[in-house]
Design a protein around this ligand. Structure first.
Ligand code: PLP
Length: 379
């Protein structure tokens, strides 16, 4: 049996999206910047996709910039925040994705970096955000992820945005793990910048979008043609953009039923794991749809010491794809900066695994993984 429980790393495509991308490759080969009928046909398709995508997050179509995905979007925002917006302070968290953490200008003495407090369950203490913002330090960018990719904790974007708005701070959210899985309204949440990536919601890889609030002063990082209102030059990846738009539509159409299905899978997985391992540690939130995304289940497994080194390998041999150590570096048995932050006092004596689910997973797969774990541990 093959089981794919690594959906936080990437997701399989919806069959409808594969069809759409394939059709688009044949139908929309004209360069959207060309003025002839084939170019115009591609342009129209892209603009319809832009309109559709914007409608899912409460944005205006002109506020959506297509790009290659989350990492590029985050780099653009940070680059422009320093160079164009002259940000003097960044407030973020130590459990952001490396795409954010590695963009921080930590050696630049002119820019102050401050970190919000994280609870032992991985939730951001918004009181600490308020406290930091209450000390005026010049133009500030707050960058906090919506859903953590390793432990699934959810940041209350509405509250966070209200705090940022009260202190006239710019607010970027890395929504790579939440878009298509949770509703987001950029206006209601006072979001200035949002980054998203299609491959996390059953769309194609190498395509994503940025929401940039109108008149926020962001300039180009990639220079060249006038595509994407001059902010992101380069011929648009028409088939990928159309595939992304359909993937987002399908995700939002099925939002409630997917959440229900995946919550059930997670609940079954955790309750049975608890039966197998008395000292199981759940990293993040066990069960609370407002605080933790059911798609992500990160656990520390208290297994006999001699079984530890080969556990990941043996799961893989049984056809089970999941993540050990750092998320988004699937299979890499490296320490995780997120778990380090959560488990400051306890040394990671036992291995942690991230099992992440999608609408395509089944109860049979949950039971197969549980049985496999049991067999490996008792073997
Ligand atoms: N941010 C988060 C929270 C992620 O999980 C990822 C995924 O790897 C990224 C950013 C990077 O996105 P992309 O793979 O589209 O560059």
């Amino acid at each position: 049996m093959q089981v794919y429980f690594d959906n936080a790393a990437t997701t399989p495509l919806y069959p409808e999206v594969i069809q759409k991308v394939s059709d688009a490759l044949k139908k929309y080969y004209g360069n959207p910047s060309s003025t002839h009928h084939l170019g115009r046909k591609s342009r129209t398709a892209i603009e319809l996709a832009r309109k559709e995508i914007s409608s899912f997050i409460g944005a205006n179509p002109q506020e959506i910039i297509f790009n290659s995905g989350g990492t590029e979007g985050i780099n653009s925002i940070f680059y422009s925040a320093f160079h164009d917006l002259k940000v003097q302070r960044i407030i973020t968290s130590k459990i952001e994705h490396h795409a954010v953490l590695h963009c921080l200008p930590i050696h630049d003495k002119k820019i102050e970096i401050q970190y919000v407090t994280i609870g032992s369950n991985g939730l951001i203490d918004l009181g600490s955000l308020e406290h930091l913002l209450a000390q005026p330090k010049g133009k500030t960018l707050v960058s906090l992820m919506h859903v953590n990719n390793e432990i699934g904790t959810i940041t209350d974007l509405k509250k966070c945005g209200q705090i940022c708005a009260k202190h006239q701070s710019l607010f970027h959210t890395d929504a790579v793990q939440s878009i298509g899985k949770l509703s987001i309204d950029v206006k209601e949440c006072h979001i200035t910048f949002l980054t998203a990536s299609a491959h996390k919601f059953h769309g194609p890889k190498g395509v994503g979008f940025l929401y940039i609030k109108r008149n926020s002063g962001i300039k180009a990082q990639i220079l060249g043609g006038a595509q994407e209102r001059g902010i992101r030059a380069g011929t648009e990846s028409v088939h990928n953009i159309l595939g992304m738009s359909l993937a987002l539509k399908l995700s939002y159409q099925q939002l409630d039923q997917n959440l229900k299905h995946i919550s059930r899978l997670k609940a079954r997985f955790i309750s049975r794991l608890k039966g197998m391992f008395k000292e199981l540690i759940i990293n993040g939130i066990e069960e609370n749809e407002h605080l933790g995304l059911p798609h992500i289940c990160n656990v520390t497994l208290p297994i006999p010491r001699k079984k530890i080194p080969l556990l990941g390998f043996k799961l893989d041999m049984k056809g089970i794809a999941c993540s050990q150590g750092s998320a988004c570096q699937s299979g890499a048995p490296k320490g995780s900066h997120v778990l380090d932050e959560l488990q400051k006092d306890s040394k990671d004596e036992f291995p942690s695994f991230r099992f992440s689910f999608s609408k395509f997973n089944t109860v049979q797969e949950i039971d197969y993984v549980l049985k496999s774990l049991k067999d490996i541990v008792s073997d």
